[in-house]
Design a protein around this ligand. Structure first.
Ligand SMILES: [Zn+2]
Length: 241
């Protein structure tokens, strides 16, 4: 099977865009980018944060607590959030402008009320997996490209897991927006992911690489022939001469 490139659209849901319960600033700006890049991929999947109303990550389910407070949830440190992405509500639905015609499969996370799940692959305690890894492996996927909301939580932890699972991981930077509880959380996240081996790229480069592939291969072959024929001459200089 030819190795495939998969696009993972992370949590492009109403509650994470302006007007939603846990709005990521300018979160809606990534929707046109999601639509634009999808044709460049062999496989497109999407995730949905999908909580029961009783979920332990909601401040409202902890007496006297507010969003932003930290609690211990079943042995794990948990930041409390406003009620968001409750199963089968408008807030949990995909943003209306998102083109879903190419989305092959949807993966839900955060279903268990006792544990949160930022990553698309596992819950925060790595106790249960969503099935995404098994699915991608069954499809022959080697390269995963991630984009979505939010850079500093769900994208970040998905990328960390994808790296650990052995994928070549790419983050489409302009397709992500962060919550930024601290001002530079997103920037720091991207730096960290780059250091750990993820490629930080942009939608324009993803599109260019998918369109230009056969041409570039032919060009590279031609260049190799030229440089073999004329050792010492720089092929780029020849091209522009
Ligand atoms: Zn959530």
């Amino acid at each position: 099977m030819k190795p495939k490139r998969a696009l993972i659209l992370v949590d492009l849901q109403n509650d994470f865009v302006p007007g939603g319960a846990l709005a990521v600033p300018n979160g809606d700006a990534v929707i046109p980018i999601a639509n634009k890049v999808q044709p460049a991929f062999d496989l497109v999947v999407a995730t949905q944060d999908w909580h029961p109303r009783s979920h332990g990550s909601f401040a409202a389910n902890h007496r006297g607590k507010l969003p932003g407070d930290i609690v211990n949830l079943n042995g794990l440190r948990q930041i409390l959030w406003p009620v968001h992405c409750v199963q089968n509500t408008h807030g949990a639905e995909f943003v209306a402008g998102l083109d879903r015609s190419r989305v092959k499969k949807i993966f839900h996370k955060g279903i268990d009320p006792w544990i949160d799940s930022y990553s698309c692959f596992f819950d925060n305690g790595h106790r249960r997996d969503t099935g995404l890894n098994k699915y991608l492996k069954s499809q022959g996927v080697r390269d995963v490209y991630l984009m979505g909301l939010a850079t500093d939580y769900c994208v970040k932890f998905s990328v960390l897991d994808a790296l650990q699972l052995g994928y070549n991981v790419h983050v489409i930077e302009d397709g992500c927006r962060g919550i930024n509880l601290k001002r530079d959380d997103s920037e720091q996240t991207l730096d960290q992911l780059r250091r750990l081996g993820a490629e930080i790229t942009r939608s324009s480069r993803v599109l260019a690489s998918s369109k230009a592939k056969p041409v570039r291969t032919a060009l590279a072959r031609a260049k190799r022939k030229i440089s073999i024929a004329r050792p010492g001459r720089r092929t780029m200089a020849r091209k522009h001469a």
